[in-house]
Design a protein around this ligand. Sequence first.
Ligand SMILES: [Zn+2]
Length: 639
Amino acid sequence: MRGEAQIVILAGGLGTRLYSRTNGNPKPMAKLVNFSLIEHQIRYCASLGFSSFAILTSYKSELLEQHVKSIKLSGITIEFLKEDVARGTAGALLSFASQLQKTIIVLYGDTYLTVDLRDILRSYYYERRTESFIGTVLVHPNSHPHDSDIIVVDKHNWIKEVIPYPRLNDQSSRNLVNAALYVLNAVTLSKLTLEHLEKDKTDIAKDLFPYLIRKNYKLKAIHNRWFIKDCGTPNRIDSVAEMLTYPGTNLNSQQPKGVVFLDRDGCVNEEVGYITKPEQFKILPGVANGIRILNKANIPLICVTNQPVIARGEATHEDMHLIHSKLDYELGETGAFIDKIIYCPHHPDTGFAGEVKDLKILCDCRKPSVGMALEASKHFKIDFSKSWMIGDTTTDVQFAKNLGIKSILLRTGYAGSDRRENTVPDFIFDDLMQASNFIVFDYPRIQDFFKRRINILLDKQIIFIGGKSRAGKSTIAKVIQKLLHGLGDDVLIIPTDNWLIDPEQRNDRMRLEQKYDLQNLNEFTQNLNCGNRPIYASVDHRICCHDSSVSQPITIFKNTKIILEGCATSMIDLDIISQGIFIWVDIDEDVRKHRFYKKYFQRGLCEKKILEIYRDRVQHEDEVLEQSRELFDIFWRLE
Ligand SMILES: [Zn+2]
């Protein structure tokens, strides 16, 4: 691909907003971590094999030229084209179009990018056969859509309209903005003059593109999560610098990365049955914060939602567009965005009045089928082994299972009470905010901690996980299970609460050891320790906050590693264990108390009653547990 296209950098702007960072030098000279913005661009493009550059300058062009010439790179040619009077981005491009190569990739001098330019060029070449085709435009959602140029596309991604900023209270457009990167046909452009645009100073997005659209030239939008960010203000340049230095951030556009799939109704917005109009759509509290956490970590967020209302004829694609525009707008107000929303409009059952016959089919995209994830993989390079699904129904959990990705059930919306699928989520959290925090911060920390102790975990046949109630034992068990699964171990988690005695014989004033059938638990553990398998265990299938369990017996095979998890691990007879490792899960007492209160609050208990139970527990359970703490081998505490 070398030499096939020329990189054109628009570097003529005054850069007033970046003055504090440039001391009056041209904007592309502003420093981002170790290099100037323009040096990043040139080095990046050269690394992809592009060797021909044209830099369109105006303001203090000599300074910029000097700076660029000081960049030591061999094998590239850089041409400087200087405008005497600045006529805007479109003005500059049109003035010099006849001196450029036929195919040009246009960059703005104040952006930082790791876009796969070879890929975007391939799609440009693919469309070249289309009549009146003039170029491709990179689009994406961003955190400030209200002051960005919005690109409106048809269903085949041909650009219909450019809505320039500032836009006040426009809730009818999706958050799809001009990412400021184009591949254009310079030969066609060279036939246009500024007179065509009827202005002295003209902008590519605001003037040239609308003109081209009016004249029936075809511009294609490319929607992708390639990394490109505007660094035109001190705030923006700082946030990009922060991302570049953020541990664990993967900005490499060529490498597949983990994404988060997210269900819509009941997770993002209130679950109120079928939604057919924007007025019925109300974002849940904390959702914008949760989404921003993922945005900041640069993890693509893809909303996948079943919308059979369309097949039922109760809502149209246009209604869906308006609902999602409202969602985009309200998130955009708070600096949050969803990368892509994919919905399944189908429904398998026919026989409703007003239904759309064509959509009444058994499709591949209705969850728990995985069609929408496959659709997403056309736009994002997805590493499924690092991806997540967050939902509020068993259908969402099953979707994750079918894809082989990690699942999180939220206690919002249906909170798993739909019971459509017989499946168990990997993790359960109260809301999206908790889930995002877990994905971005806690999960990697827990994984790192146990990765460093992996040899001892691999070595032992039984892993005991203990600690006080609500400390997060089952979460730790799940992370360890995933870790060992990844290394080829077959691991089964068995909660010791399976050995709780009959609820009718239990009460809060009993001592901990009275609440369990310890004799039976010890016998079971002894059998495991001696390798007496296959034996049968009852594996807890607790679905969610309702705490209703469906237990089913399963066979444990000889090579299966067992994680026994729960408070009762503290009371197992240590004399019978030779093959085990004990992990204690600790937590800040205030956080634990808060979780405790929340659990009983959700069950409808009053504060006074909850405090009573809490005190009983501290007295009857926590003391026993605290005494056993020193017998454990590994201590985990989330800070
Ligand atoms: Zn479908």
